[in-house]
Design a protein around this ligand. Sequence first.
Ligand SMILES: [Zn+2]
Length: 113
Amino acid sequence: MFGSPTTAVQRRPAYLPHIQAEPRRPPRSLEDNWAAGPPFRLVLPRDKRDRLAACVAHLSRRQCCPVAGCMAESLPVLLVEAEQEGMLCPRHQLVLLDGSAVEGEPMLATAVW
Ligand SMILES: [Zn+2]
């Protein structure tokens, strides 16, 4: 057995808008609330893992969103596939450090502080 089935809503990354979102909602928490930990392990090639670890070690805790005019507190993240730094903004969602939006649903890493 592989555990209970999940719904499409549960599989969506937390930084994407929720399907049943209300038009005006308070900003979401950026904290990872998967307290029990995922029931799997991600397996990465050693070289990639080491590069990701080095990049994540330089992430700061919280910063302002890089989009011009947005002062929202955002969470620094690392795009795993691209090995590129980005920010999770409660207003703009996932953006690169130059403020451009990231398309798709890339896998993200955050630092463990
Ligand atoms: Zn923003």
